[in-house]
Design a protein around this ligand. Structure first.
Ligand code: NAD
Length: 490
C-alpha cells in the first residue's frame, strides 16, 4: 500500500535533528542547520544540525569520558544491549525502511531488506561480544608462558556513506560496541535521518551516555581532520569512495591510527559458456539493479562468453524492461531516483562515452525528466576496450556487456582494475569455480549468486577497495588490539 503524506510527516517528527553528544541532543555550536532532500521529489524533508569541528571535539570528549567504564562493562552486558537493539530495529522496521526510502530513494521493499541485513549485525555482534578469546601456551624454549589477549582499541570515529544508511552504520557500530569501544559517528550528509533515528533506538536499548555520539555536518573534511588530529582518538573506520579513503589514510598516519577502509568497487560479472543462463540473469538483476545500482558491490562490468552473450543480453533486457521506475514509496516500484543530479549526469556521461566507442543500447540509456533525479534502467552491449565504464564505478542502473572467448581472457579482463572488492562468476563447472576462487583478485566472490553480503561473513576488499573486514568473526578484531604477556617459568 502506498504510504500517505501524513504518515511520512509523523515519522519525520520523530527523528532527532540535533547532535548527540554525551547524554543529550544539542544544536550545533554555530547554530547552523542544513536541509535533507528527498531525491525522488526534490522536496526538503528536514533541517538538521550542521556540526562544527569543535562539536567533533566535544563528541570525542564524551567518548573518551565514557571509554573506561564501557571497556570494563561485562561482555555479556554489552552483548545483551546489542541484542535489545536488534529487537528494537526489527520492531521499528517499517519506520527505518520508510526513512531510508525518503532520504535515499531505494524502494520500500529494498529498504526493508536493508533493515533485515543491517539489524543482523547487531544480533551477530551481540553473540561475538562474549567470544573474544585469546591464546595461552608454553613458548618453544620451555622457558615461559605466553598469554595473548585482546582489548578495545579505544575511541573510534565511524564515517558512513549515503547508499546504505542503516547497514553501513550498524556494520561499524555493532562490532565497536561489542569490543568495548566508544564511538563518534558521522553519517553521510545526504542521508543522516536513518542514523539519527536509529541512535535513539540504541539509547532505548540501554547504551550508556557518551558511548555513542553522533555529529552531522556539511564540513566532513574540517570535522574529520580536527577529530583525527586529536591523539585521544585511536581508530577511524570509513566506508565511502577511494579518494576520500586515501586522504583519511594519510591523515591517520599522523597519529598512527588503526584504520578500516571499505572503499570503491568495480565488480566483474563473468558468465561462462557452461553457465545456467537463467540463473545468471537472476544474479545479474540483483548484482546490478539492487539499490538502483548504487552499491559498492554492484556489478560494473559484465563479461559474457561469446557463445551465450546474445541469449544473456536478450534475457537480461526482458527483465530490465519490467522494472518500474518511480518514488520508492509507490507500490511495485523497483528503481527509485539516483541520489542527486550529479549522479544522473555521471550515468549519462558514461553511457554517452560507451556509445561513442561503439556500444549499442538494448534498453534505456537516458535520464528521465524531473522532478526527482531518475535514470532509465539500461542495458548496453558491445562494450569495447578503453570505454570509461570499464574503469570507473558507474553507481547507477546501467549494465554494460562485453564478451570473451577463453577463461584466461575472462580472468585477465576481470583483474584489469585498480579495485578488488567483489567478483561474480556463473559456471556449472566445479573445477572452474575453484580455479576462479584462486585467480580472481578480489576480497569476495559470488559463485553462481548475485549477492554475497551476510553479517556472518568477512566483507571487504583488496587493492584500492580497502583494508580490513566488516562482519564475521574477523569484524570484531578491527576494534581490538592484541596484547601479549610473557610469564617466565618458575
Ligand atoms: P564519499 O567518499 O563521498 O563519502 C563517504 C563519507 O565520507 C560521507 O559521510 C562523507 O560526508 C564523508 N567525507 C567526504 N569527504 C570527506 C573528507 N574529505 N574527509 C572525511 N570525510 C569525508 O562516498 P559516498 O558518495 O558517500 O559513497 C559512495 C562510495 O562509497 C562509492 O565509492 C562506494 O563504492 C563506496 N562504498 C563502499 C562500501 C564498501 O563496503 N566497500 C560500501 C558502500 C559504499
Amino acid at each position: 500500500m502506498t504510504v500517505t503524506a501524513s504518515r511520512e510527516q509523523e515519522l519525520l517528527a520523530d527523528v532527532p535533528t540535533g547532535l548527540l553528544i554525551g547524554d543529550s541532543w544539542r544544536a550545533s555550536s554555530s547554530s547552523a542547520t542544513f536541509a535533507v532532500i528527498d531525491p525522488a521529489t526534490g522536496v526538503e524533508l528536514a533541517q538538521i544540525a550542521d556540526g562544527t569541528p569543535e562539536d567533533g571535539i566535544s563528541a570525542l570528549d564524551a567518548a573518551v569520558a565514557a571509554g573506561d567504564e564501557w571497556a570494563a562493562t561485562a561482555p555479556r552486558v554489552r552483548g545483551e544491549i546489542l541484542r535489545r537493539a536488534f529487537d528494537l530495529a526489527v520492531e521499528h522496521r517499517e519506520d527505518l525502511a520508510l526513512l531510508m526510502t525518503m532520504e535515499m530513494g531505494k524502494s520500500l521493499q529494498e529498504a526493508r531488506g536493508e533493515v533485515t541485513y543491517g539489524a543482523e549485525f547487531l544480533r551477530w555482534f551481540s553473540e561475538e561480544a562474549v567470544r573474544i578469546s585469546g591464546r595461552y601456551g608454553a613458548n618453544p624454549e620451555g622457558t615461559g608462558t605466553t598469554i595473548v589477549s585482546h582489548r578495545p582499541v579505544g575511541p573510534c570515529l565511524l564515517i558512513t556513506p549515503w547508499n546504505f544508511p542503516l547497514a553501513m552504520a550498524t556494520r561499524k557500530i555493532a562490532p565497536a560496541l561489542a569490543a568495548g569501544c566508544t564511538i563518534v559517528l558521522k553519517p553521510a550528509e545526504l542521508t543522516p535521518l536513518t542514523s539519527l533515528y536509529f541512535v535513539e533506538l540504541l539509547r532505548e536499548a540501554g547504551v550508556p551516555d557518551g558511548v555513542v555520539n553522533v555529529v552531522t555536518t556539511t564540513d566532513a573534511k574540517g570535522f574529520s581532520s580536527k577529530v583525527m588530529a586529536d591523539p585521544r582518538l585511536r581508530k577511524v573506520s570509513f566506508t565511502g569512495s577511494t579518494p576520500v579513503g586515501q586522504t583519511l589514510l594519510k591523515q591517520a598516519a599522523e597519529n598512527v591510527l588503526r584504520t578500516s577502509m571499505e572503499l570503491g568497487g568495480n565488480a566483474p560479472f563473468l558468465v561462462f559458456e557452461d553457465a545456467d543462463v537463467d540463473a545468471a540473469v537472476t544474479g545479474a538483476m540483483l548484482a546490478k539493479f539492487r539499490n538502483i545500482g548504487e552499491a559498492c558491490t554492484a556489478a560494473n562490468r559484465f563479461f559474457v562468453h561469446s557463445a551465450v552473450a546474445e541469449e544473456f543480453g536478450r534475457k537480461l533486457t526482458e527483465k530490465v524492461r519490467e522494472l518500474r521506475v518511480g518514488r520508492g514509496t509507490e507500490d511495485g516500484v523497483a528503481i527509485g531516483p539516483l541520489i542527486n543530479a550529479a549522479a544522473v549526469d555521471k550515468s549519462a556521461d558514461l553511457v554517452g562515452d560507451a556509445l561513442e566507442r561503439g556500444a549499442s543500447v538494448l534498453t534505456g540509456g537516458s535520464a528521465i525528466d524531473g522532478p526527482g533525479t531518475f535514470f532509465e534502467p539500461t542495458v548496453l552491449t558491445g562494450i569495447t576496450a578503453g570505454t570509461r565504464l570499464l574503469r570507473e564505478e558507474i553507481f547507477g542502473p546501467v549494465a554494460a556487456i562485453a564478451t570473451f572467448d577463453t577463461e584466461d581472457e575472462a580472468v585477465a579482463l576481470a583483474n584489469d582494475t585498480e579495485f578488488g572488492l567483489v567478483a561474480y562468476a556463473f559456471t556449472t563447472d566445479l573445477a572452474r569455480g575453484h580455479r576462479l576462487m584462486n585467480r580472481l583478485k578480489s576480497g569476495m566472490l559470488g559463485l553462481n549468486t548475485g549477492v554475497v553480503s551476510n553479517a556472518s561473513a568477512p566483507f571487504g576488499g583488496v587493492k584500492s577497495s580497502g583494508l580490513g573486514r566488516e562482519g564475521g568473526s574477523e569484524g570484531i578484531h578491527e576494534y581490538l588490539d592484541t596484547m601479549y604477556t610473557l610469564i617466565p617459568a618458575s
